[in-house]
Structures are given as structure tokens and as C-alpha cells.
Design a protein around this ligand. Structure first.
Ligand code: PLP
Length: 301
């Protein structure tokens, strides 16, 4: 799968003599986050290899991973079960665009209280799920495991060696680990966490085999799925000026961060940056519903 790099031409970039390209992994599928697709690729093959007929995984109500698993599972001929955080959703999940989308692709849901959900990675808990739902192939929340990282090692290609920096959003750290493992020694991988948490570095160290990376923890906007008017405005302006849509949870925060760093002369003149657009656009509808409730400006669609 060869994904195009799109050049961004904006006055600030010319002014600072920095070039920026966006790898449009979001174009892999209109609703499915590009990186989730890559993370699922080898996991679905493994599930089939092991003779499993069902994938079971975990996520919150707006999870790109839930939406992607439903779609990719259907494509692979596997049943999918989503264990969803928040028992209250049992009554009104049909009002949630992400879960609606997943249901359209055949996923069935099991809603769980936030307290029970915390135990999702415990072996005992997973054994219990298997007695309820049969012998499923279980994927962790966010889909990150060794096979997911292997899929993300296919994002960078030979022609990407010209870049000095490769920028990635960070959620659970699977995507950036794949990039780190295939980046060349002269390249630095910069990770922009979408959430607060010192654990991220440790999580990445579980999978990353090189040391040419760094996290920039200043652009999470208060935490996972938290947004403010500056971010919304940046995303809308960026789309208007470049034609590239960004999502509010991951890629919008990363590009906001990249531009802020460029303004602050973090990058030398002549630097070539590649930003990985990991997708997430299916989340915009749900975010806009939440923003309207709070009387905040919404994302242009
Ligand atoms: C899930 C997701 C990420 C984070 O990927 P991790 O591998 O969990 O770090 C980044 N961008 C988008 C659009 C995502 O959906």
C-alpha cells in the first residue's frame, strides 16, 4: 500500500524555510483510521490462522479502534464484539455515531461499568469473557500489541528517507513504535501524545527497538478528547488553507504542535518534516455533537 505524501504550502513554512509533508494515511478508508487498519492487518491474519471466528476488543464510545475493528473484521469474515466502557450507553448507544457505524458493520456490543472496565487487561477477566462469548481472539484497547506494531512498520517507505523528522500522534504508542523501528538513524521520530500520562514512554519502550525518538508532551490540550476553541479554530483554518481535514483528538493536536514548534524555531532552516496523518475523521461527527451541547464552535465538515 503506497500512500501519498502531500506537500503543505503555507507562508509560515516558507518564512522559516522548513518543509512539511503529510502522509495521508487517512485516505486508506473514509471512516477507518489508517493506523488502526495497519494495526489490525496481522492480527486478523493471526486470528484466522488460529481458527478463531470472533474478534473481541475494548474501547470508549468514540473509539476509532472500535469503528475500525468492526469494519476490518467484517471484511475478513470474522465476527466482532466490542466491550464498551460505560454502562449508561446501553440505553442510548444508537445516538452515538461511532457505535452506530460499528453496528452497521456487524459489531455487537457488551456495555461495561467504568469500574469493571478497568480490569480489562487482567487474564482472569479475559478468561471470564471467553466463557461468556466463546473462544475469541482478544485485542487490547487501542489495538496495540506486537503484531500491531509490525503492521505500523509498513507506514514508512524508502522514499521517506529524505525527511529529518517523522511526526506521529501517540495514543497507546503502537503506531509510533512501528515508525521508530523503521526510521533511519539520521531521522528523529517526534511523538505528540493525545493524552496526559508518564506511562506512555514506558509503553513505547516495550515495542521500540531504536533510540531516535522523543515525546513532545505539550499539546494534549488537557487530556484525551479534550479540546478548546484555539484547537477547533486551528483545525478549521488548516482545512481551509490546505484542503487537509484533521481530527480533533489526534491529528489536529499534532499539527497544532508542529506549527507551534515551527513558530518557536524548534526546527533549523532547511529541515524536512513528515507528519503521519493517522486518520480519525470518523470521530468528528461525535465531537461536533458534544461541542454543540456546550455551545462551542464546531469543526467544519
Ligand atoms: C488510535 C489513533 C492514534 C494513536 O495510535 P496509537 O497506536 O494508539 O498510539 C493516532 N491517530 C489516530 C487517528 C488514531 O485513531
Amino acid at each position: 500500500m503506497q500512500i501519498p505524501n502531500e506537500k503543505v504550502a503555507l507562508p509560515l513554512l516558507a518564512d522559516k524555510e522548513v518543509s512539511l509533508y503529510v502522509k495521508r494515511e487517512d485516505t486508506i478508508h473514509p471512516f477507518i483510521s489508517g493506523n488502526k487498519y495497519r494495526k489490525l492487518k496481522y492480527n486478523l491474519l493471526e486470528a484466522k490462522d488460529k481458527g478463531k471466528t470472533t474478534i473481541l476488543t475494548f474501547g470508549g464510545a468514540f473509539s476509532n479502534h472500535i469503528a475500525a475493528t468492526a469494519y476490518a473484521g467484517k471484511e475478513a469474515g470474522l465476527k466482532t464484539i466490542g466491550v464498551i466502557r460505560g454502562e449508561e450507553l446501553k440505553e442510548n448507544w444508537k445516538e452515538n455515531p461511532t457505535l452506530q457505524l460499528a453496528a452497521t458493520h456487524g459489531m455487537t456490543f457488551h456495555f461495561m461499568s467504568r469500574i469493571d472496565y478497568r480490569d480489562k487487561n487482567l487474564q482472569k477477566f479475559q478468561e471470564k469473557l471467553k466463557t461468556t462469548f466463546g473462544d475469541c481472539y482478544i485485542l487490547p484497547e487501542g489495538g496495540t500489541n506486537t503484531l500491531a506494531v509490525k503492521g505500523c512498520e509498513e507506514i514508512l517507505t524508502n522514499t521517506d528517507v529524505k525527511f529529518d523528522f517523522v511526526c506521529s500522534c501517540v495514543g497507546t504508542g503502537g503506531t509510533i513504535s512501528g515508525l521508530i523501528n523503521t526510521a533511519k538513524p539520521h531521522q528523529t521520530v517526534l511523538g505528540f501524545p493525545a493524552l496526559k500520562g508518564d506511562f506512555l514512554k514506558q509503553d513505547i519502550l516495550k515495542f521500540a527497538r531504536n533510540e531516535n525518538w522523543e515525546l513532545i508532551p505539550d499539546y494534549h490540550f488537557g487530556g484525551y478528547a479534550k479540546v478548546d476553541e484555539h484547537l477547533i479554530d486551528f483545525i478549521n483554518t488548516f482545512k481551509k488553507d490546505t484542503g487537509i481535514p484533521l481530527d480533533p483528538i489526534y491529528t489536529g493536536k499534532m499539527l497544532f504542535g508542529i506549527f507551534d514548534l515551527i513558530k518557536k524555531d524548534y526546527f533549523k532552516r532547511g529541515t524536512q518534516i513528515l507528519a503521519i496523518h493517522s486518520g480519525g475523521l470518523q470521530g468528528i461527527t461525535g465531537m461536533n455533537l458534544a461541542l454543540r451541547k456546550r455551545n462551542l464552535p464546531v469543526l467544519d465538515v
